[in-house]
Write a protein that binds this ligand. Structure first.
Ligand SMILES: Cc1cc2nc3c(=O)[nH]c(=O)nc-3n(C[C@H](O)[C@H](O)[C@H](O)COP(=O)(O)O)c2cc1C
Length: 201
């Protein structure tokens, strides 16, 4: 493995649960692949642009020489193409991905560039590679809480699977930290389970 792209999305800096565990995951990958180059992108500190009029028009135009409206998209897609593994650290916000991650997705999932639209459906253009997603959430979504509260809707994990598959990335593994705002004991259990997953990688 030569290059790891590490994308984080939490606005909570060093206190971010998803970032703390993703940092440990990255350390483990680096210990197994010493010398691998790390590309770090903090989407909370530097949010990608939102789709605007020029971008909407440009994605449908000729792609041979991408116009200025697609420059940022080109940069982000090339960054993704250059990595051998992607590590994504994200909170759950209102049952889904944070707005900054949605903005990144809208830049990288681009017709005629990272996927093609065919009569058989959308076909991804990127070569598959491992994608490790660390998700932190205040409550539970993969099943009921320890006290039996029903799980929340989850528009995050299935959504990420769908958008990554659209561009050709299907090797997705999730490490979830659920219930992290429900007290230190529950958070400790979530950390222990996440660290176990990392150890098993
Ligand atoms: C705007 C906002 C929306 C949130 N929505 C949810 C939610 O839908 N479900 C949930 O379980 N937790 C929700 N949370 C709690 C966060 O997922 C939780 O604090 C998590 O630890 C954030 O990840 P981080 O520690 O990596 O920043 C929300 C937090 C914020 C700030």
């Amino acid at each position: 493995m030569k290059t790891i792209l590490y994308i984080s999305c939490s606005p909570r800096g060093a206190a971010s649960h998803s970032r703390i565990i993703a940092d440990e995951l990255v350390d483990r990958l680096l210990s197994r692949h010493p010398g691998a180059e790390m590309i770090r992108r903090d989407l909370a500190a530097n949010p990608p642009s939102f789709v605007d009029t020029a971008f909407s028009a440009a994605i449908l135009g000729p792609q041979s020489a991408p116009p200025p409206a697609l420059e940022e998209s080109e940069t982000l897609i090339r960054e993704l193409e250059s990595c051998d593994a992607l590590v994504l650290a994200t909170p759950m916000h209102n049952y889904g991905v944070p707005a900054v991650l949605k903005a990144w997705i809208d830049q990288i999932v681009r017709i005629h560039r990272s996927f093609r639209s065919t009569p058989e459906g959308k076909i991804g253009v990127l070569t598959d590679r491992p994608v490790h997603v660390v998700v932190a959430s205040g409550g539970w979504f993969s099943g009921p809480s320890p006290t039996g509260t029903p799980p929340q809707p989850d528009f995050l994990t299935q959504y990420l699977r769908a958008v990554f598959a659209t561009i050709g990335l299907r090797d997705i593994a999730f490490i979830t930290l659920e219930g992290v705002t429900r007290g230190p004991d529950i958070a400790a259990k979530a950390y222990a389970a996440a660290r176990q997953r990392i150890a098993e990688l």
